[in-house]
Design a binder for this molecule. Structure first.
Ligand SMILES: NC(=O)C1=CN([C@@H]2O[C@H](COP(=O)(O)OP(=O)(O)OC[C@H]3O[C@@H](n4cnc5c(N)ncnc54)[C@H](OP(=O)(O)O)[C@@H]3O)[C@@H](O)[C@H]2O)C=CC1
Ligand SMILES: O=C(O)C1=N[C@H](C(=O)O)C[C@H](O)C1
Length: 264
């Protein structure tokens, strides 16, 4: 059994992960952390009877007391790096879904993995459909290099553009490089009208109640367009990926990024 702690347990993703880990026969839920902990029994967060484990505030204390193998982190971009430092220094394997980690952060994680003889896993999106959307977009970009991205999320999301949109733009840039799009003399009459710009790919971020996580990658060509769209209609979409990552991360000895790199 792989012993798992969930960090960000009161959150939208945290609750779904508690449920997924609790229901998987190879994983054992041994702890939960959230800054605003009121000490609730985990069972009350996932709609079952008491299971005798309370949500705690202090990640270090939980790691010391549980001898966990894996910590799953879905918190926020401001705190995630500090959590990862704590996890790796305890020689525990992090599975990270929280967005906002920089290239510099990733270098530090690689170094901490080496120093502590442990592996780590990060994914901007744990939904298999989103991973395929990114992979297909990279392939299509070789033939249709004029591209814009629209990502649509719930209105509680803190970061824009989404981690998924940024990763999609990075993958596309690997095959098409930097490319100017639109009319060279275009003028934004309202600042931001053309969205953000990553190597010439314009990314438009929509935030509305009702959405979960969605993205369209639109390719424009002579007399035609092609659209690849992915919709996470609820957070169950991410759970098979998170469960696989918990099982695979314990055999890693370095940082691995992206679900596609741990699937057979
Ligand atoms: N990779 C993927 O597939 C996915 C990634 N995400 C990403 O995951 C992250 C979380 O998303 P979501 O669940 O919607 O966000 P929520 O805001 O719903 O949940 C985050 C939770 O973490 C808590 N928290 C804040 N700081 C800490 C800390 N230091 N230690 C422990 N808990 C803390 C928050 O408390 P408080 O509210 O009091 O701050 C909150 O309860 C985001 O970065 C999001 O982009 C989301 C979905 C899928
Ligand atoms: O905040 C979210 O909800 C999501 N965040 C991730 C991102 O920024 O790409 C993954 C997914 O889009 C849901």
């Amino acid at each position: 059994m792989i012993k798992v702690v969930v960090c960000g347990a009161y959150g939208k993703m945290g609750r779904a992960v508690l449920n997924a880990v609790h229901n998987d026969s190879d994983l054992m839920l041994v702890g939960a952390v959230d800054v605003m902990s009121k000490g609730d029994d985990i069972g009350s967060l996932i709609g079952i009877d008491k299971i005798g484990i309370n949500v705690r505030k202090d990640l270090q204390e939980v790691l010391t007391e549980t001898s966990a193998d894996v910590v799953v982190d879905f918190t926020n971009p401001n705190v995630v790096m500090n959590n990862i430092r704590i996890i790796l220094k305890n020689r525990v394997y992090p599975v990270v879904g929280t967005t906002g980690l920089t290239d510099e952060n990733k270098k530090e994680i690689e170094q901490l993995c080496k120093e502590n003889n442990v592996g780590a896993f990060i994914a901007p999106n744990f939904a298999i459909g989103a991973v395929l959307m990114m992979k297909l977009s990279q392939e299509v970009a070789k033939y249709m290099p004029d591209i814009e991205i629209i990502e649509l999320h719930h209105d509680q999301k803190l970061d824009a553009p989404s981690g998924t949109a940024l990763r999609t733009a990075e993958l596309i840039s690997e095959v098409r490089g930097v490319r100017a799009q639109g009319h060279p003399d275009e003028v934004e009459k309202i600042k931001g009208a053309r969205g953000s710009d990553f190597n010439g790919i314009h990314i438009h971020s929509v935030r509305l109640p009702g959405y979960v996580a969605h993205q369209e990658v639109i390719f424009g060509g002579l007399g035609q367009t092609l659209t690849i769209r992915h919709d996470s209609i609820n957070r169950d979409s991410f759970m098979p990926g998170v469960v696989i990552a918990c099982k695979k991360v314990v055999s890693l000895d370095t940082l691995v990024c992206g679900l596609e790199n741990i699937l057979n």
